[in-house]
Design a protein around this ligand. Structure first.
Ligand SMILES: [Zn+2]
Length: 230
């Protein structure tokens, strides 16, 4: 019994691995039997065993041996960073495409290390990817105090049956998992609200003018006519 337990403790199960030949992060659900010897750990590079002969939801890469601290969460984090590094446009929650020149994972900022720092021509965008831990309140506060734009991608409930193309779409194009941390100079938010207010005021003004016109014709005009007749 003890031996089995020991053996179990010596291996970890992951859904993500790296293809040896293409170097690409890959989800176990998209691995073919013929390709099953070609995967290594995204983190340490050790050989992975593909466990494919099971229902799709339980397919996994088995990582044997010690000396690797990878978890499913760190591997997803790592893959998100690799995807951001390979591209240069990401869609923001307001629908605008943000273009960047460089993606720097874990670059020091203040006393923190945002998951990814995207350097644009004039603006820097910080990316925080939530997998298992929320952003600490002090880090969040520091972002807003320093007027730093931070995009939060929340993958805490991400479906494990995704493929890498789906993940790439959800990071770069989809808005489903994204939100911006509020900052004190969030002009775009206040602007859109005052635009709405202006539209409402115009509508109110138009309705008011209509009522005034009808009122003039119905009540004031007859009074003037009556006076003139006298
Ligand atoms: Zn490893």
């Amino acid at each position: 019994m003890g031996l089995f337990y020991y053996h179990y403790a010596m291996s970890a199960h992951f859904i993500l691995g790296r293809h040896k030949l293409t170097n690409e992060p890959t989800n176990i659900t998209t691995v073919n039997l013929t390709d099953k010897h070609n995967f290594i750990c995204l983190d340490c590079g050790k050989q992975l065993t593909c466990v494919l002969n099971v229902p799709i939801k339980t397919k996994h890469f088995k990582h044997r041996g010690i000396g690797c601290n990878a978890t499913s969460e760190t591997l997803l984090h790592l893959t998100v960073k690799e995807i951001l590094k390979k591209h240069n446009i990401i869609k923001l929650p307001n629908g605008v495409n943000y273009e960047y020149i460089e993606a720097l994972p874990e670059k020091k900022w203040d006393k923190y290390r945002p998951d990814v720092t995207l350097k644009g021509n004039s603006k820097t965008l910080y990316i925080e990817v939530i997998v298992s831990h929320p952003i600490s309140w002090d880090k969040e506060l520091r972002f807003s105090e320093r007027f730093a734009d931070c995009l939060v991608i929340n993958f805490s409930d991400y479906n494990r049956l995704f493929d890498i193309e789906q993940l790439q779409h959800d990071i770069l194009e989809s808005l489903e998992f994204k939100s911006m941390l509020p900052t004190y100079n969030d002009i775009s938010v206040t602007n859109s609200r005052s635009d709405d207010d202006l539209g409402f005021m115009i509508l109110l003004g138009a309705v008011g003018a209509g009522i005034a016109y009808v009122g003039y014709n119905e009540f004031i005009k007859p009074l003037i006519k009556k006076r003139r007749r006298k």
